[in-house]
Design a binder for this molecule. Structure first.
Ligand code: ZN
Length: 340
């Protein structure tokens, strides 16, 4: 089937589980109730995607407070008790980040519960996302390794361990989120992709990397407005990604100023084409979505096109996200009819 649909990763959480409309929501449940609530919300997220006609479904990241810290909570050697303020993503914005104080080790499984729960309740292909090694190393303060690259490879080893276990849980697609890939362009080709290769080493399932210009939060919107008419940042990293062993690359396309012709630099890769804008509340029409896919077909063979969202939808209003999911499923179906 051409143009299968999927989501970049996160979906809004129900308001009984966490504060709505926030990127860093506080949980509204505790202890055993929270653990059960996360799995209930995972089921809802899957049902919502199935009903919207999404082909490769995810857990909607319902079990994590935030896409990076959801992983770090399960890592020993990180001190969450005294976070420090640090400029991240090339100082685009300040964040309170935890401190690495010793050798990094996994405490145990990270996403086993939600992955197995999701696997048990859907027959569709299942995708689980993990933060990428470069992005994680840009979201912690190092007081142990003294070398960002060394730390990133230590992180990649931990990610690989969890990724292999997720594959054994029956996960079909493992995606690494690397928003840092469009910040440190020269480092991506230098070591970022190598660290990513370490994270996917030995996997037989489909692997993906999501690179992006960030959520629709103010700091990102301001930054995007400063980038000019054409975003050519990817010109530097796409040729290196094309040579890498990653299977799929997720790129924002609708309402983005990334020139679509840059996608032709990703020879041989499946492209997760962002056809849903997560930075505004307007619901895309199926025709709009089919049109973006048609434009991308000028540069990417159609059997390599997957319809997706530009980025995670975690901070969006739930009703808007649900309507956008339906648009995604319907738009991909229309494109299938139009371009078969
Ligand atoms: Zn993103």
């Amino acid at each position: 089937m051409i143009f299968p649909s999927t989501i970049a990763g996160s979906l809004p959480k129900p308001s009984w589980l966490a504060e709505p409309d926030k990127l860093w929501p506080q949980w509204r449940l505790q202890g055993a109730d929270l653990a059960a609530g996360k799995l209930d919300a995972t089921l809802l997220a899957i049902k919502l995607q199935e009903d919207a006609g999404i082909d490769i479904v995810g857990d909607g990241e319902q079990s994590r407070q935030h896409f990076v810290h959801g992983f770090l909570e399960f890592v020993d050697g990180i001190d969450f008790s005294k976070k420090v303020e640090m400029g991240i993503r090339g100082d685009r914005y300040k964040a309170m980040v935890p401190v690495v104080r010793g050798e990094l080790k996994l405490k145990g499984r990270v996403h086993q519960l939600e992955a197995r729960h999701a696997r048990a309740h859907t027959k569709r292909k299942l995708k689980i996302t993990l933060p990428g090694p470069m992005t994680i190393s840009d979201t912690v303060a190092d007081a142990h390794y003294g070398d960002k690259i060394k730390m990133a490879f230590a992180i990649a080893d931990l990610l690989n361990k969890e990724a292999r276990a997720l594959e054994a849980d029956g996960v079909d697609v493992i995606q690494f989120d690397e928003p840092a890939f469009n910040v440190f362009m020269s480092e991506v080709a230098g070591w970022g992709i190598e660290a990513l290769a370490r994270a996917i080493d030995g996997l037989k399932c489909t692997t993906a990397v999501h690179i992006c210009y960030g959520y629709g939060i103010k700091a990102n919107i301001d930054w995007k407005n400063s980038l000019g008419g054409e975003w050519k940042q990817y010109e530097e990293i796409f040729p290196a990604l094309a040579k890498s062993c990653i299977g799929q690359v997720s790129v924002e396309c609708i309402n983005s100023r990334v020139p679509l012709k840059l996608l032709s630099l990703l020879t041989g890769k499946d492209i997760l084409v962002g056809v849903i804008d997560v930075a505004n509340d307007a619901i895309e029409t199926p025709e709009q979505i089919a049109q973006v896919i048609g434009e991308v077909m000028k540069f990417v063979p159609k059997e390599h096109i997957v319809a997706s969202t530009n980025c995670g939808m975690a901070p969006m209003h739930r009703n808007i996200a649900a309507a956008k999911l339906t648009a995604l499923g319907t738009g991909a179906a229309l494109a299938r009819k139009k371009f078969a």
